[in-house]
Design a protein around this ligand. Structure first.
Ligand SMILES: *Cc1c(COP(=O)(O)O)cnc(C)c1O
Length: 425
């Protein structure tokens, strides 16, 4: 992260964080746009060095906004959506529907109709039921992939592991469901079978599951004489939240994965498919920090210290949800004469589980009015934000080489009640 102290004040990509927090208010999510562009370019570079046909599709659930869509357009990205809302955002952002991919284990009839009407380019069918449903709703042929579960083990949290047989997502290649989907699609009038998709899990740091999935999937394709044009390997490339995390090694990892792809294709005498990948977290997570203002500092003598901030699980749910760890740093540099004290950094919402970080070293002198920055909050933060306790969703700003721009305004109090209907007697 391009986060460093200058004259004792934290700077992010050359911008003074205190000034930004003063100007835009807190909680404030600050993105380094250059970092996101660099990540998109790295994925393009590594795939184009090994393949002729590929695409990089951003999983917009990680973070989406009209300006984010704009950035994706400028960087030749494609987009994954999983709901009418994500699709609407992409289309309102001027994204070509033909480059949008519609995922999800329970796309509703309304969502499928909306996507068909808009001309979405690719549907990723998740179940046998969806084969029938989409075929009935489509009036002319649409391109489809099926989401399969290759049955490979991944080393990540249960809540973000998705490629196993017992999953709410996709169809197993082991139990015959995926094969039945291919056969069923072949009999339909409106579905063009283009290939397969899998998404093994999230926050993966090792290429091994991707390599193993290729072996499993190509053996299966060969056993059943299934031909594909598109192979979508999903996303899940790991990032570094704290120094205990290992980033997915993009260049070396794809070298390994794509070497295996070439091997299995040669083994079965097949041409290389069009390869799709779907990074979300790896593009957005490390690009952002969230800045909060400290309020109450409570010491329980001999037990612990609680540092409360003016946000919490309404804009930071990953720690309460799965114990995710983050680095939290003071915005005013800790000077050498000040000792560090271990503190629980907690939110202001009415749940004991509203914890942003346990046992985080912070300056002993930290007090009301100081700012703290939580690192690596670019993915699954704003997009998972809620209005619990009628908290307003935070503002989001982008730092670009041309300066700072606000891309999402802070929610207003009026917006919190705009859909309420008061029944007058
Ligand atoms: C969530 C998801 C992704 C992106 O995962 P990241 O961990 O953010 O890279 C990609 N594809 C599918 C189908 C997903 O559900």
């Amino acid at each position: 992260m391009t986060l460093e102290y200058h004259n004792d004040k934290l700077q992010f990509r050359g911008q003074d964080v205190t000034n930004l927090a003063d100007q835009y208010g807190t909680p404030l999510i600050i993105y380094d746009e250059v970092h996101m562009r660099d990540m998109m370019r790295r994925f393009h570079a590594v795939l184009s060095s090994h393949l002729e046909n590929y695409s990089v599709s951003y999983a917009s659930k990680a973070f989406t906004a009209l300006q984010m869509i704009n950035l994706l357009k400028e960087e030749d990205m494609e987009i994954d959506v999983v709901s009418s809302g994500e699709l609407y955002t992409a289309i309102k952002g001027g994204f070509s529907p033909s480059l949008i991919k519609f995922h999800g284990n329970n796309k509703t009839v309304e969502e499928l109709e909306f996507a068909l009407e808009q001309g979405v380019g690719l549907f990723i069918i998740d179940s046998l039921d969806e084969v029938r449903l989409l075929n009935d709703l489509a009036h002319s042929p649409v391109d489809v992939l099926i989401r399969v579960n290759p049955g490979v083990d991944v080393d990540t949290h249960e809540f973000i592991s998705t490629g196993q047989t017992d999953s709410k997502f996709g169809m197993s290649i082991v139990d015959g469901t995926a094969l039945k989907a291919v056969i069923d699609i072949d009999k339909t009038e409106n579905l063009n079978f283009k290939g397969i998709h899998y998404h093994l899990g999230s926050q993966l740091s090792d290429p091994a599951p991707f390599v193993n999935a290729l072996t499993a999937v190509y053996d299966w394709l060969n056993d059943h004489e299934i031909e594909i044009e598109i192979l979508n390997m999903g996303g899940g490339f790991g990032v570094r939240y704290t120094e205990d995390d290992i980033r997915f090694p993009i260049e070396e990892g794809f070298e390994e994965i794509l070497t295996q792809l070439k091997t299995v294709c040669a083994q079965y005498d097949l041409e290389l498919p069009h390869v799709m990948i779907e990074p979300g977290r790896s593009i957005a997570a490390e690009a952002a920090v969230t800045v909060y203002e400290v309020g109450t500092v409570k010491d329980i003598p001999g037990v612990s210290r609680y540092v409360s901030i003016n946000g919490g699980m309404s804009d930071h749910i990953r720690t309460p949800l799965y114990g995710a760890e983050y680095d939290i740093i003071p915005v005013k540099k800790q000077t050498d004469d000040v000792e560090s004290v271990s503190a629980h950094v907690v939110g202001k919402l009415c749940e004991s589980g509203d914890i942003v970080g346990k046992n985080k070293p912070l300056p002993s002198t930290i007090e009301r009015g100081d700012y703290v920055a939580v690192k690596t909050t670019g993915a699954y933060h704003y997009s998972m934000a809620s209005n619990y306790n009628q908290m307003q969703k935070p503002a989001v700003i982008f730092i670009s080489p041309h300066g700072v721009k606000q891309v999402i305004k802070r929610q207003t109090l009026d917006q919190l009640i705009q859909n309420d209907v008061l029944i007058e007697e």
